[in-house]
Design a protein around this ligand. Structure first.
Ligand SMILES: *Cc1c(COP(=O)(O)O)cnc(C)c1O
Length: 351
């Protein structure tokens, strides 16, 4: 007999209103272009079932997955024709899967173009590489017969340095404009989240924000407009009274200098709370929050738990919930991780 699992001691609160607002903000900042939504990596770790309905209801109509394996979950919420798969058809099976489901391949190479045409062709998107040297055909390849035989809906490229004030942004913009003159297409798309903040010249017909939908501040211009979406919270599993001289955690890196009360909290590196948050040098000031009180992290982060100083909240008990400060720019600064990493490393044990 299988029993339902009791509620988890770790939860992720998603602010759906903030997520919808972030999409609307990015859509507005895209000017006459519409904002789509990058939904790869399970909506940047926040859960496709949590996020995709909200993005759809806010008005998003173009969704970008990376893997074909991400299509099925998206199909529960949005029509296949609205789902683009960025990695493109790497195999014949990928092309057949696209054909069966109706999800739209992004063609990234002459080989992918030929594979798509051989499988029967039809509507696709095309990625042109204008300088990131990741995926996409070279601008010099747009005249190739396999490329010219495609029915390209969205012609796209991807910016390498949109989060910086770099000359490369204008160079990529010019290369994209020029490539667009040599291939028929339905619409044009260049900007990710940071690209949206570069201004309307970069927006074309369709923008592809990801990070900033989910609360990341891709450029300083977005700081006031974009709201935090993900709020991790963890329960106290146990409280303990330490004596002066007691050590905490693996390798005993924290040593109590006085008697003190501590709490063992149900979040660890398996949940994406990596060791770089640990207070090893005593200098980083990583902490948890309970109401307005800061509870300092003590010693190393374990796989399933961390230990915090309860001196500021001595009445806390087993089962009480603490918040993990997760404003992404702040958390990135505290942990040394990128805002992208902070979202996508969140584990699977959150309720
Ligand atoms: C991930 C990705 C995006 C979204 O980028 P953000 O920086 O998260 O806004 C857009 N386009 C492509 C091709 C991507 O791979």
């Amino acid at each position: 007999m299988s029993a339902d699992a009791p509620p988890a001691s770790l939860r992720l609160r998603i602010d759906h209103e903030a997520l919808a607002n972030n999409w609307r903000t990015l859509d507005r900042m895209s000017g006459t272009a519409s904002a789509g939504a990058a939904i790869k990596a399970d909506c940047y770790g926040l859960g496709i079932d949590n996020c995709l309905p909200t993005l759809r209801d806010a008005g998003a109509r173009h969704f970008f997955a990376a893997h074909w394996g991400e299509v099925a979950a998206a199909l529960n919420h949005v029509p296949a024709q609205s789902i683009a798969v960025l990695h493109g058809p790497m195999t014949r099976e990928d092309a057949s899967f696209a054909r069966e489901t109706g999800a739209v391949p992004v063609i990234n190479s002459l080989e992918q173009a030929q594979r798509w045409v051989d499988s029967g062709g039809g509507r696709c998107h095309l990625m042109v590489d204008t300088g990131i040297n990741r995926l996409g055909i070279a601008p010099s390849q747009v005249g190739d017969a396999a490329i010219q035989s495609l029915s390209v809906d969205v012609l796209m490229s991807h910016l390498a340095s949109a989060d910086e004030d770099s000359d490369r942004n204008a160079q990529q913009l010019a290369a994209f404009r020029s490539a667009a003159q040599h291939i028929e297409h339905g619409s044009l798309s260049l900007a990710n989240s940071a690209g949206v903040a570069l201004g309307n010249g970069f927006a074309f017909n369709l923008t592809r924000p990801g990070l900033s939908l989910y609360g990341g501040i891709a450029r300083p211009e977005l700081a006031d407009a974009i709201k935090q979406v993900a709020y991790p919270e963890a329960a106290i599993i146990q409280t303990r009274a330490l004596k002066a001289g007691d050590r905490v955690g693996y390798n005993g890196e924290f040593i109590a200098i006085t008697d003190m009360l501590v709490g063992v909290v149900s979040i660890g590196y398996a949940d994406g709370f990596l060791r770089c948050w640990g207070n090893v040098e005593g200098s980083k000031g990583s902490h948890f929050l309970r109401c307005e009180s800061q509870l300092a992290l003590l010693g190393k982060v374990s796989m399933d738990m961390v230990v915090v100083d309860l001196s500021n909240c001595p009445n806390l008990r087993e089962g009480d919930w603490l918040s993990v400060p997760y404003s992404l720019p702040y958390a990135a600064q505290q942990s040394g991780l990128s805002q992208y990493e902070l979202l996508t490393i969140l584990g699977h044990r959150f309720r």
